[in-house]
Design a protein around this ligand. Structure first.
Ligand code: ADP
Ligand code: MG
Length: 699
């Protein structure tokens, strides 16, 4: 514990430094080549790495190893094997081979596979991903792996992410070479995901079936105070929260997760953690790890960390901001406006590729963040609307306008430039105000995709983004290839001009929360996919299948299987919520309501027995209200029960999901209305579960 931070940092990671120290020189070189150039790893190298890894892991207290992977459940999976190997004389040695490092064979039959289940005979493989470092947690060596079927179909979120990074690298290099930047041989996408979360007291949490089973409250009257005072955002940390965050940072640092900023968020009991960005692949793994460690550390502090997108009605939910950029292996951020017009040309080409990608595949961007939980957030006046648009800021928007119209560009800093024929303007980082309502905002040298929910893996949005941008770059390259060198400037200019014309409809710098924007977006032809069942069918359109298969991110079968898994997830979530609601109202709330009603009746009777002249009007009024709520509740519970039964009888996945959305979700909302009315009338000590006051202000 006395370790200083640089010493503590990544102390449980099989880092590059350790590899260099532990591996024979030629083996280390071969491994670096594999990591940097995605080349095949020879077995002798794998064996050598395995020996070094095991040695280091055992030295650091590990007894087991696990292939750590990310199935379609959205959380991670692991199966632990010990290093022990009997030697025949009753003794054991600690052993680990290259074969065990590179490949595992977990039984895949219990993981969601959608329609792929029939074809892959339950056999699955995990394959080592050397681009994400191994680490030790709970006496186990964790080896990040990709998970696929016997036939090579991806069953996880890492495989398509790696595929999408490779595709984007290929298309970006192709474009850079066309533009004359021939030094670059590879690019990588970078991601910094800001993670929001809630902390509640564990004792309170355990009394609430809704939090326990669903991760969100299904019931709960508003507390007298919510977030209206705006006093929590960046507010001073309570000692308990500060102790938690301190502990969390330490644990994450040991695992090499570069946790950087922490602060209170807008809603009471809500907080945020942001790491320093890394390559998409490592950032995704680290984000999974962060969510896991957040929960584990909370438990130690008598707290529970809620990662649900909308744990509480009436106050902000939690999201994740996916900060995203592309950097070259020569150290250049391609979304950083440069200092010279040539750098700016390059920047503008990549900027427009992103704009085109987001406009062309807005529906897939929406799908990439779609879940039952996130549906409660998107479209509320807290998270971005469900309409995907891009915020560029005034200066950049002006730049694009002047390119489109061949006019002068005058920057806010007084720089004026003719950008008619060949010249592209010189401008630097946008200095305009930040827009918080935009789903996809340019923030100086990166884009921030803000529609992500707090609970989901960040892999999917990055798969979509990388693939769509790769596709846009490919189309641009096809335009420019074959153009004579002396005509290139004109061709680039024409290309940019056309792209701006075609895609400016997706740019919106105004307030995304207004009704006017909803109407304006409709006029512009932008899609507004309000719910998960509305959005998901866009995943299996020809356009989507063409995109993913052309770039070899998903096969058609993989797309359909994922589509089915996502729909099933949605339905299962609502089914659990429905059943939890039945239980909570029937077994927790109604008995409390009856107890209080009895107490009131007894009060009325006893008052009457004392004297006829004593008024019982207030008790009677309360009793009447409670009775009405009770009747309505029991009637609505009947409706919910019937709807849950019909829903589970619906076998077609989209139909079922739609039914859950239109019938079950509506039942839940109606029941909540009456339940919250009743809750507000019943004294706290009779309520079997803690109210919003306790949950939100108890820590
Ligand atoms: P905000 O103002 O939106 O809260 P923060 O400063 O909290 O922003 O977070 C910004 C995030 O963006 C950090 O995780 C940071 O590491 C990340 N980031 C910065 N530059 C890049 C980049 N080039 N690529 C990806 N992420 C980046
Ligand atoms: Mg942000």
């Amino acid at each position: 514990m006395a370790k200083n931070i640089p010493e503590l940092y990544a102390s449980l990671v099989f880092s590059d430094k350790i590899m260099r120290a532990k591996l024979p020189k030629d083996m280390y070189k071969a491994l670096r080549k594999t990591i940097e150039n995605n080349t095949h790893l020879e077995l002798d190298v794998a064996n050598s790495v395995a020996v070094a890894m095991k040695e280091w892991a055992v030295e650091n207290g590990a007894t087991h190893f696990t292939h750590w992977f990310q199935p379609m459940t959205g959380v991670t999976a692991e199966k632990h094997d010990s290093f022990i190997s009997p030697t025949g004389d009753g003794q054991v040695i600690m052993d680990f081979s290259g074969k065990e490092l590179v490949k595992g064979e977990p039984d895949a039959s219990s993981f969601p596979s959608g329609g792929l289940r029939a074809t892959f005979e339950a056999r699955g493989y995990t394959a080592w991903d050397p681009t994400s470092p191994a680490f030790i947690k709970d006496h186990t060596l964790y080896i990040p792996t990709a998970f696929c079927s016997y036939n090579g179909e991806a069953l996880d979120k890492k495989t398509p992410l790696l595929r999408s990074m490779e595709t984007l690298s290929h298309e970006a290099v192709r474009m850079l070479h066309l533009l004359g930047n021939t030094e670059v041989t590879g690019v990588t996408t970078t991601v910094g995901p800001e993670q929001e979360y809630f902390l509640v007291d564990k004792k309170d949490y355990e009394k609430r079936k809704d939090l326990f089973f669903c991760g969100r409250t299904l019931l709960g009257a508003a507390s007298p105070k919510g977030q209206e005072m705006e006093d929590h955002y960046f507010g001073a940390l309570s000692p308990r929260v500060a102790a938690y965050m301190h502990d969390l940072d330490q644990e994450l640092w040991k695992l090499g997760v570069p946790a950087k900023t922490k602060h209170n968020e807008v809603a009471p009991a809500q907080h945020e953690l942001a790491p320093v960005f890394d390559t998409s692949n490592v950032a995704v793994d680290h984000n999974q790890l962060t969510m896991e460690v957040m929960k584990k550390v909370a438990d130690r502090h008598g707290l529970v960390c809620l990662l649900h997108e909308k744990p509480f009605e009436g106050i902000n939910g939690s999201g994740k901001h996916n900060n995203w950029s592309i950097s070259t292996n020569t150290g250049l951020n391609l979304l950083d406006p440069g200092k010279t017009p040539a750098e700016n040309t390059q920047f503008l080409v990549f900027l427009l590729a992103v704009i085109k990608a987001v406009d062309d595949y807005a529906d897939l961007m929406r799908i990439s963040v779609a879940s039952a939980g996130n549906d409660h957030r998107l479209g509320g006046n807290e998270a971005p609307p469900a309409i995907v648009s891009i915020f560029l800021g005034d200066e950049l928007t002006e730049v694009l306008k002047s390119i489109e119209n061949d006019t002068f560009f005058r920057s806010s800093r007084g720089i004026q430039m003719d950008i008619g024929a060949h010249m592209l303007p010189h401008f630097t980082k946008d200095t305009t105000d930040r827009n918080r309502t935009s789903p996809f905002a340019f923030t100086g040298n990166k884009f921030e995709f803000r529609m992500l929910g707090s609970a989901a893996s960040v892999a999917t949005p990055n798969i979509v983004l990388n693939t769509a941008v790769a596709h846009a770059l490919k189309e641009f390259s096809q335009e420019l290839e074959g153009v004579k060198k002396e005509d290139l400037d004109d061709a680039v200019h024409a290309l940019l001009k056309k792209a701006i014309k075609d895609h400016q409809r997706v740019i919106f710098n105004g307030n995304g929360y207004t009704q006017e924007w909803v109407e304006e977006a409709e006029r512009r032809g932008l899609c507004n996919l309000k719910s998960t069942p509305d959005a998901l069918p866009h995943f299996i359109t020809k356009k989507s299948v063409d995109l993913f298969t052309e770039h070899k991110i998903f096969t058609k079968e993989e797309i359909f299987s994922r589509y089915e898994i996502l729909l099933e997830n949605y339905s299962k979530t609502l089914n659990i919520e429905g059943k939890t609601m039945l239980e909570m109202v029937q077994k927790d709330l109604l008995p409390a309501l009856y107890t209080y009603s009895r107490q009131l009746s007894e009060t009325i009777l006893s008052k009457r027995s004392v004297s006829d002249s004593l008024s019982t009007a207030s008790e009677e009024a309360l009793l009447t209200q409670l009775s009405l709520c009770g009747d309505a509740l029991s009637q609505k519970l009947g409706a919910l029960q019937a709807d849950l039964a019909s829903a589970s009888d619906t076998s077609e996945p989209l139909k079922a999901a739609k039914f859950y959305e239109t019938a079950v979700l509506k039942d839940l909302e109606e029941i909540r209305g009456y339940a919250d009315q009743a809750e507000a009338l019943i004294p706290d000590q009779l309520l079997p579960y803690p109210t919003y006051d306790r949950l939100l202000f108890g820590v």
